[in-house]
Design a protein around this ligand. Structure first.
Ligand SMILES: [Zn+2]
Length: 317
């Protein structure tokens, strides 16, 4: 299937809304239809992107309005459009752990980083500068769940399976059993680099193993083109490798920065956002010894930028 912006028809009344190139903030959404109604998976990073999507899916939703929204996790690029759906009367559903993080603080902290003068804020402006966070009022879910939840969408059964903490505390898979389709949220970055914000890595590997054991043909990832289990295996290989290499260096007494600098990513160094290695190593260190590393989000993002050779306009790395 071609990877272009907009609505992709997966058959069986299931769709994806894709946003190439799948990099920072360019997330995918999903649309699952039932009789006279539909369920939207995730709501994108700002109101303009969300409205653009709502206009773009009208060929489907005019006859089957969105009555339910599922947020796969709490990251802004999957929830900041919620208010547009809430205003139309849709019920928003998310895991308890995701809901706890869906606060206005999550917008304010990004806005604060974007305002940092000079080189400190340059990488954040580079990856997030084109989005309009100032317009966003974070809208938390109306309904929460833990573990599993089964939803009826116009006579169709949809399974929500919480697999977080992994990428974030509340990661949830959205499974459409009768279509053999899975909406994975950011448990899968198809063709990109996973970033372990919450961890531990082992739980993420368990989540990928769960997907590999499921009866699904197509996976709509949180970012990147529509995938199959091939991309799930590739992501699993990357996370297992980085997790093991980081642990070895921790055991040898290397600092997190020494570990980040010394891990050879091999062919994974060619992946987009390969600098996320920094957070992935830091997470392993924090899991092994919570006192070992204390970097705030900005410090982590700037380490990623440095690994990717990002140069500020002034030429200062
Ligand atoms: Zn995302």
């Amino acid at each position: 299937m071609t990877y272009r912006k907009g609505l992709a028809d997966l058959g069986s009344g299931c769709y994806a809304w894709l946003q190439p190139d799948g990099g920072w903030g360019l997330s995918n959404a999903g649309l699952i239809t039932g009789a006279g109604t539909s369920l939207l998976v995730d709501t994108l990073f700002d109101l303009r992107l969300a409205q653009d999507m709502l206009d773009g899916i009208r060929s489907v939703t005019d006859a089957r309005p969105v009555s339910t929204v599922v947020n796969t996790h709490s990251d802004g690029d999957h929830i900041f459009g919620n208010e547009l759906l809430a205003a139309k009367g849709a019920e928003i559903v998310a895991s308890v752990a995701a809901a706890e993080l869906m606060t206005q603080d999550s917008v304010d902290s990004v806005l604060e980083m974007l305002r940092l003068p000079g080189p400190d804020g340059d990488f954040v402006r580079h990856i997030f500068g084109s989005f309009r966070f100032d317009e966003v009022t974070v809208t938390p879910p109306h309904r929460t769940f833990e573990g599993h939840l089964s939803l009826d969408v116009g006579g169709r059964e949809i399974e929500l399976i919480q697999v977080g903490p992994a990428h974030t505390p509340g990661d949830t898979l959205v499974h459409v059993p009768d279509a053999r389709i899975l909406y994975s949220g950011d448990i899968l970055f198809s063709g990109g680099t996973p970033v372990v914000w919450a961890g531990p890595v082992e739980r993420w590997l368990d989540a990928l193993d769960l997907i590999l054991g499921m009866d699904v043909d197509h996976i709509v990832p949180g970012h990147g083109p529509i995938a199959t289990k091939t991309e799930v295996r590739a992501s699993r290989d990357y996370l297992a490798y980085v997790g093991e290499e980081a642990r070895k260096r921790f055991d040898k007494g290397l600092t997190a920065d020494e570990a980040i600098a010394s891990i050879d990513l091999g062919e994974w160094a060619a992946l987009p956002e390969h600098g996320r290695l920094a957070q992935n190593v830091i997470n392993v260190y924090q899991q092994l010894d919570p006192e070992s590393v204390r970097f705030d989000r900005l410090a982590v993002l700037n380490r990623m930028g440095a690994l990717e050779g990002f140069l500020t306009p002034e030429g200062i790395r």
